[in-house]
Design a binder for this molecule. Structure first.
Ligand code: B1M
Length: 210
């Protein structure tokens, strides 16, 4: 079995202690960091499908999430920003009612590696907290809202509305996450949408420069 497949199998099995070592071995074998990351993202999809099928449950999902997070920690320095000048501040968080943070963390890592100073508000972030953050931080160019649950998509809309109503300007709002589409993003008044972490970074740079 290739090392990437071993990483994937151990993420799916929720073996948080084994994954970092296997990720190191996969890198040593010559695999690109982005390919190892994609392998782990694919594993989470498998875990989600098994959950949907009733073949595994929340504790196993949580263990898989922990295992992936440990693997991402090993890869993080490889995506670090090499540039010296900042493109501005990016506020990021998962919307109110939603505790999923792996995708948000990947998006944060990629936008940070594109040259932004990241302010990560974490998960379950209320619209008011997003507004407070754009007021409290200097040179905010992007606000990035992540959401994984269809049930909390209305909170994404409330967040965009609260930001627009705050009176603070000079930044653009991008949204994303599994249930979010470009059409939905446009319908709630967001300035941009991205389907994955890499394109979120591209979109953030594009919007910050315009
Ligand atoms: Co949850 N969960 N979960 N879960 N969970 C999903 C999302 C689900 C699809 C599983 C399923 O049913 N197949 C389902 C949602 C269904 C729906 O609403 N449509 C679900 C459910 C139902 C739930 C609970 C309600 C379960 C329960 O309690 N009965 C509960 C809700 C808790 C809450 O949030 N209030 C719950 C809990 C959990 C855990 C805590 C156990 C755990 C999260 C742990 C953690 O994040 N620290 C968990 C997990 C792990 C998942 C799955 C299996 C994996 C999510 C993940 O990390 N994926 C997930 C199934 C799935 O996604 N197929 C599932 C990997 C990650 C890299 O992908 O987050 O999609 P993702 O991010 C992508 C893109 O979406 C995008 O870029 C990323 C990658 O490039 N992206 C953005 C994300 N944010 C972006 C922002 C952007 C742009 C792009 O711009 C700002």
């Amino acid at each position: 079995m290739s090392k990437i497949n071993e990483v994937k199998a151990m993420v799916e099995a929720g073996k948080a202690k084994l994954v970092p070592g296997l990720v190191q071995e996969a890198l040593a074998e010559g695999n690109a960091a982005k390919d190892i990351l994609q392998g782990m993202v694919d594993s989470m999809r498998v875990v989600g499908d098994l959950f949907s099928a009733g073949e595994l449950f929340v504790p196993e999902m949580l263990m898989a999430a922990k295992a992936m997070s440990k693997g991402v920690e090993v890869l993080k320095p490889l995506f670090a920003d090499q540039s010296t000048s900042s493109l501005g501040t990016c506020i990021i968080g998962t919307v109110e009612g939603d505790l999923h943070d792996i995708g948000k963390n990947l998006v944060s890592m990629m936008i940070g590696s594109a040259g932004f100073d990241m302010v990560d508000l974490g998960v379950d972030v209320t619209p008011a907290k997003f507004v407070e953050a754009v007021k409290d931080n200097e040179n905010v160019k992007i606000v990035a809202c992540s959401g994984l649950l269809t049930t909390t998509m209305t909170k994404m809309q409330e967040t965009v509305q609260a930001l627009k109503a705050s009176g603070v300007t000079g930044y653009k709002v991008i949204v994303g996450g599994a249930p979010v589409s470009a059409e939905y993003a446009a319908s709630i008044g967001a300035d941009g949408f991205a389907p994955d972490a890499g394109s979120a970074a591209v979109k953030a740079v594009e919007l910050a420069k315009n």
